[in-house]
Design a protein around this ligand. Structure first.
Ligand code: DGL
Length: 262
């Protein structure tokens, strides 16, 4: 395995690019390949077995492309399938989980909100983490039904999204939370709208920067950091419409967006 081999990423769609951007920013010399499995989004309403099958397909594509490490910037895929993947493939994996711990540790009201997909909230891994870190706080968990579909359709800033979020945030409004954990990689794209709708005391946190730090840590541990001094190159693939993927990643240098039937 050469250090200049790419880091592979996959998500149920375009949402994981919010995390991919954090990695590219922290590790500008790394080459990357990103798979947006938008044709099968959302993963969040699928049974675990089906999510794992999709994760296997994505993983095998990235391994065949020579990826030295695979990051899964998808909470639903991580919480349902990363254990299986780690057991069956040698390549190191990095997953993403809702940032419950910092929210619970820093909450002053003792109430934190978690916004995630049904698949994440019902997973064993999420429930284990939740139990471990929320002994002294109340958690208000809400499924973000419909949010992923609108983001995938390029409607993250639409009136339709605002109306949807008014309903979704209502339980957070009345419960007195002071932290909202975004437990889905698509949701950083609606962070500003959520912040406008919620009281200003509510801090909204996601796990993107933590995933980037963990990627650096694992690359160092496996002696896989790319030593090249030029900027990395990035190939992004969607198996649906490439426009949204293109728009969301347009500020990153050296990237190409392609359609791929996978
Ligand atoms: N972006 C994914 C996550 O972080 C999944 C959203 C979905 O496909 O339901 O959970």
């Amino acid at each position: 395995m050469s250090n200049s081999n790419p880091i592979g990423f996959f998500d149920s769609g375009v949402g994981g690019t919010s995390v991919w951007k954090e990695v590219v920013q922290l590790l500008p010399h790394e080459n990357t390949i990103y798979l947006a499995d938008s044709a099968h989004a959302p993963y969040g309403r699928k049974p675990q077995e089906e999510i794992t099958k999709l994760c296997i397909k994505n993983t095998e594509y990235l391994i065949n492309r020579g990826c030295k490490l695979i990051a899964i910037p998808c909470n639903t895929a991580t919480t349902n399938s990363i254990a299986y993947l780690r057991e069956h493939y040698e390549v190191p994996f990095i997953g993403i989980e809702p940032a419950i711990k910092p929210a619970a540790l820093n909450s002053k009201t003792g109430k934190i909100g978690i916004l995630a997909t049904q698949g994440t909230l019902s997973s064993e891994l999420f429930n284990r983490t939740q139990k471990a870190f929320t002994k002294d706080v109340n958690t208000i968990e809400i499924v973000g039904t419909g949010i992923v579909e609108l983001i995938e359709a390029g409607k993250k800033d639409s009136e339709e999204m605002r109306n949807l979020l008014v309903g979704i945030t209502e339980p957070f409004m009345i419960s007195g939370i002071d932290y909202l954990v975004l437990g889905c990689s698509h949701y950083p794209y609606i962070k500003n709208m959520l912040q406008e709708l919620l009281p200003s005391r509510v801090k909204i946190i996601d796990s993107g920067a933590a995933v980037a730090r963990q990627t650096l840590h694992i690359l160092k541990e496996f002696h896989l950091l790319n030593q090249q001094e030029i900027l990395g190159t990035h190939e992004l693939y969607s198996n649906r419409n490439t426009t949204v993927l293109d728009v969301l990643t347009s500020k990153i240098q050296n990237r190409e967006v392609h359609f791929l039937d996978f």
